[in-house]
Design a protein around this ligand. Structure first.
Ligand code: ATP
Ligand code: MG
Ligand code: MG
Ligand code: MG
Length: 565
């Protein structure tokens, strides 16, 4: 590729809208352009990086027996209604109707579709296990699309789904993917950590997130210097609560809120005060935390700390604020304040929200939980222990001091068990002749987010420093003067030889000042720059500069190709 023809429009100024480095540099270096909030065009350089990440992903998926397929992006509502997620997914789902007024969505993920697909064609244990994956655009109408490719509304994901006969099989598939993910991010040249995670809205239990360590990361993680323990903050937070769950305590008289609160709540709930009392949570006697409860019978299988909730003080809590937490206004009932205005109660209707969005909270940020089951998950004596884990707190596993870091979630692996196969009747006949639901897992990698994360970890004041395995090109050949025929001829020769030997090179044949070309080369982040100036002609020495180290090396015409490799 000749740079004179390359569509990589570089910018001198940093666009004001870009807050994080990867967004700034991808705009400046001509990798992406915005079409709408969270929706981008990938220009040729970005596309090459994405294809390289995808190639690594494909190799590692294949190595574990993964088979690639392609499912539709447009998905019918019915299968989402069968699993209950049509309402749970809320406003994050892009929805559309066809001309017959039928409901569809743009796939935010594909559990429903693939489970339905497998249901139709897999009948026997002999056809299992199955590891099926695709790499395609996903659509999520994120409440805050930002940071360029890090949180897009259209983004590229690799999603693999595993189908096994039993939990032992699932463990094996899960471990394979865990291993593949470790290999993928290592091969991409990233510094990352796998942390224990909550399984969130997708459900099930047993999950890890792969976090690229970067200060700009939206996720907090904790890890132990003394043992292998590592978790995201939400998961780490649950430790004291899970322990309490085992010795759960029934609600007592003392925990019952005052009559004014009950009256207000019953009005919101539309149920009698008696029923409200039964379904209402309790507060600590310190008045620090008030739990909210949900009405109806609930069978809770997970609780989750909603991090970064922000201001949910009584005065400020409103429908929008709650909706931003629970992801949907549907089923939301309302915040209720205690008489003294110290505490708030937030109630979400679990029967409508399918148990995923029942919220409880405190009158402070970062202390809100969903899917709570008060008698089980909390008791007054330990509620006050809930706080964000901090640097130097004891490791929940070994007691050594905890360390904290910020991370970018580039991938996540989940054990789904039979959540979807049960809901969608995806069964097989086992070798004992019995019909059983398939045991599933799902495994996602944000391909476009991985590209952004790579930049967050690899840059300097002059621009991007691509890790070689995912660099758009390996080398740029820069003739100092394009008017100098000897220089141009040598540059052409080097350019040809590099490409012939498997080093992907571009030739900066633009009639520009050398300073401009060098600046662009640094900004775009080619790992190697070959400068062809007067010295190359007079001394027969080829100057090779390494972007990452700034080191300059000189090679003879017979050695430079090997030197670069
Ligand atoms: P997040 O917590 O950042 O919202 P998620 O947990 O909702 O991500 P998953 O459902 O686990 O995302 O999807 C698998 C992977 O897809 C994520 O690990 C991430 O790398 C990527 N991903 C998710 N949402 C986005 C997005 N809006 N833009 C870019 N990549 C994304
Ligand atoms: Mg998300
Ligand atoms: Mg996440
Ligand atoms: Mg995730």
């Amino acid at each position: 590729m000749r740079v004179s023809q390359l569509f990589a429009p570089t910018l001198r100024e940093t666009p004001a809208e870009a807050e994080v480095i990867s967004h700034q540099l991808m705009l400046r270096a001509g990798f992406i352009r915005k079409a709408a909030g969270g929706i981008y065009s990938y220009l040729p350089l970005a596309w090459r990086v994405l294809k390289k990440i995808e190639a690594i992903v494909r190799e590692e998926m294949a190595a574990k027996g993964g088979q690639e397929l392609a499912m539709p992006i447009i998905q019918p509502a019915e299968m989402w209604q069968e699993t209950g997620r049509w309402s749970v997914y809320g406003d994050e789902m892009f929805r559309l109707k066809d001309r017959h007024n039928r409901n569809f969505c743009l796939g935010p993920t594909h559990e429903e579709l693939i489970t339905t697909l497998v249901r139709g064609d897999v009948r026997s244990y002999r056809q299992l296990p199955l590891l099926l994956y695709q790499i395609q655009n996903k659509y999520r109408d994120e409440i805050r699309p930002r940071f360029g490719l890090m949180r897009g509304r259209e983004f590229i994901m690799k999603d693999l789904y595993s189908f096994d006969r039993d939990e032992a099989g699932l463990d094996e598939s899960y471990n394979k993917m865990y291993d593949a993910y470790s290999r993928i991010f290592t091969r991409c040249g990233l510094s990352f950590r796998a942390v224990e995670a909550d399984s969130g809205a997708i459900g099930g239990s047993g999950s890890h997130e792969f976090m690229v360590i970067a200060d700009s990361g939206e996720a907090g993680i904790v890890y132990c210097g003394g043992c292998e323990y590592a978790a995201n903050v939400e998961k780490a937070e649950l430790h004291p609560i899970s322990a309490a769950a085992e010795e759960s305590m029934p609600l007592t008289e003392k925990d019952t809120p005052d009559t004014k609160t009950i009256a207000a709540l019953s009005q919101f709930l539309g149920v009698s005060p008696e029923k409200t009392i039964k379904t209402l949570a309790y507060s600590t006697d310190k008045g620090e935390i008030v739990l909210a409860l949900v009405r109806g019978d609930h069978e809770v299988n997970e609780i989750k700390l909603l991090n970064k909730v922000g201001c949910l003080h009584l005065e400020m809590a409103n429908e929008e604020a709650i909706a931003s937490v629970v992801g949907s206004k549907a089923g939301y009932i309302g915040p209720v304040g205690l008489a003294d205005k110290k505490d708030i109660i937030i109630v979400a209707d679990a029967t409508v929200m399918n148990m995923h969005n029942a919220v409880c909270g405190a009158n402070k940020p970062d202390a809100h939980y969903i899917n709570v089951n008060p008698g089980r998950d909390f008791k007054a004596s330990i509620v006050t222990d809930i706080r964000l884990i901090q640097e130097s707190d004891p490791c929940p596993r070994c007691g050594a001091p905890i360390k904290t870091a910020r991370g970018i979630e580039v991938g996540q692996v989940f054990k789904l068990f039979t959540k979807y196969s049960t809901a969608l009747q995806t069964t097989f006949i086992d070798d004992d002749g019995k019909e059983k639901p398939m045991v599933m897992g799902c495994y996602g990698i944000g391909v476009s987010r991985t590209m952004a994360a790579a930049i967050e970890q690899n840059y300097d004041q002059n621009g991007i420093i691509w890790p070689v395995p995912i660099a758009p090109f390996h080398a740029v050949v820069v003739p100092v003067s394009t008017k100098d025929q000897l220089q141009m001829a040598l540059a052409e020769k080097i350019y040809g030889e590099l490409n012939a030997s498997g080093v992907e090179a571009v030739l900066d044949d633009r009639n520009e000042r050398p300073g401009v070309k060098f600046k662009d080369a640094d900004l775009i982040g080619y790992p190697v720059k070959v400068t062809v100036g007067p010295k190359a002609i007079s001394d027969n020495l080829i100057e090779v500069k390494v972007r990452r180290t700034g080191e300059t090396l000189y090679f003879g015409p017979e050695e430079y190709v090997a030197g670069i490799k």
